[in-house]
Ligand binder design. Structure first.
Ligand code: CTP
Length: 400
């Protein structure tokens, strides 16, 4: 089988050096990568580096190898074009269809999925000109990954950092796997909760659970790859922030509720993949609870946490909002799932059977997605991202 053909466009920003890592990941995982830098990108990383790492000649303009018509061919033959970093200037050129070098020509001839990973200073990202260009590109079906927040060039920090190359690679992999430029969640805001809450007992102890957060992170990553604006409310998951996703880190069920309700206010869909503790200690001991021979062993009294899924299902923040819950069951999986779906009032419930090798911490999952309309969609054992895509397909069908 032919290797998937990827064009890596690099525009002129300091983050160009991070594109070397992205290139390495793409080539090592069996992609045929053609690097097309802009002239200014070569001020940051030279042509020799791109050529050596990709195994292909590198040119910035349309006048090299003219007999091969590179300005048309490279784009036509690509399975994916990823521009990382994409500067404000590159986004403007792409949005307006300018074609004054090899990369911008390639963008006009490509009929495959196109992903932009912008990197620039916060002011440039937030400028209405840039925001309108981003909106134009997204409307046309391109995927524009939200920049990460953090240290920028120099001493300043803010939104505008190129996301981690490993996470950009994951977006590319997802888009290639789907094989479509169809960003069917573009213009949608989705909220995903992930991980497991921890309810503190004292400064060193908590009540927790074994959720790794992997399924929720897979949901966030796949939604971003399908063009959605994603807010991920993450409870204690030891996982890197997915590219292009706004991540809100929380600890307890009460904090998770607050963050989910806030993000859900303008959301088209909310997916509660987090394992939320049903109970929390009624009292928090401000000092470490010690064992004492002169006193009885402590008893921890628990109180109920709010049921966030039931609350957002009963009181939708906007009409037509789609609400999805998860349930891990050990017996009578489908019957219990159906009862839970009705009790919670959500539109879809992803039911997992938990047991030995199944679900917790693993990379794979098997589930049945129950719909409030009576539908039943079995998802065979496979990667958590496969299940995530099925969930988004079902959400997509229900969005108004
Ligand atoms: N959930 C929630 N708030 C809670 C508990 C659970 O929003 N306090 C959500 C979870 O995120 C999940 C769904 O509800 O999407 C199902 O969780 P589960 O623990 O199975 O439901 P329970 O109502 O606790 O049912 P059970 O009695 O089986 O524990």
């Amino acid at each position: 089988m032919d290797k998937p053909k990827v064009v890596l466009g690099v525009s002129g920003g300091i983050a160009a050096y991070k594109a070397c890592e992205l290139l390495r990941r793409l080539t090592e995982s069996g992609h045929d990568v053609r690097v097309v830098p802009t002239e200014s990108a070569l001020h940051f990383v030279g042509a020799a580096t791109w050529s050596a790492l990709s195994g292909h000649p590198v040119s910035t303009e349309v006048w090299s190898d003219v007999h091969e018509v590179p300005h048309v061919r490279i784009g036509q033959h690509a399975d994916l074009v990823i521009v990382a970093p994409a500067t404000a200037d590159m986004l403007a050129k792409a949005a307006h269809g300018l074609a004054d070098d090899l990369l911008t020509n390639t963008l006009l001839t490509a009929r495959c999925p196109v992903v932009f990973a912008p990197a620039m200073h916060t002011e440039m990202w937030e400028h209405p000109a840039t925001q309108e260009n981003v909106a134009t590109l997204r409307r046309r079906g391109a995927i524009v990954i939200e920049p990460a927040v953090g240290r920028l060039t120099g001493v300043d920090t803010g939104k505008g950092r190129l996301p981690d190359p490993g996470e950009i690679f994951e977006v590319c992999r997802r888009v290639l796997a789907r094989g479509t430029a169809d960003a069917d969640l573009a213009g949608r805001h989705v909220v995903v909760s992930a991980g497991g809450t921890r309810e503190p007992i004292d400064p060193v102890r908590f009540l927790g659970n074994r959720s790794s957060g992997k399924q929720g992170y897979a949901l966030a990553r796949t939604a971003a790859a399908r063009g959605a604006r994603v807010t991920l409310v993450s409870a204690n998951a030891a996982l890197p922030d997915p590219a292009g996703v706004d991540v809100v880190h929380v600890g307890t069920a009460v904090q998770l509720r607050e963050a989910v309700l806030k993000a859900a206010a303008d959301a088209d869909a909310v997916v509660m993949a987090a394992a939320v503790a049903d109970f929390r200690p009624a009292e928090y001991a401000t000092g470490k609870i010690k064992k004492r021979d002169d006193k009885a062993d402590p008893t921890i009294t628990l109180v109920r946490n709010p049921d966030i899924l039931a609350e957002i299902s009963a009181d939708r923040a906007r009409p037509g909002q789609v609400v999805v819950g998860f349930a891990a069951e050990t017996d009578d999986v489908l019957a219990n799932g159906r009862t839970k779906l009705e009790r919670k009032g959500c539109d879809l419930l992803v039911v997992n059977e938990v047991g030995e090798r199944k679900t917790f911490g693993s990379e794979e999952n098997e589930a049945v997605v129950l719909g409030a309309d009576g539908s039943e969609t079995p998802v065979p054992y496979g990667p958590k991202e496969g299940l995530a895509d099925v969930v988004w397909d079902l959400v997509q069908e229900r969005l108004v």
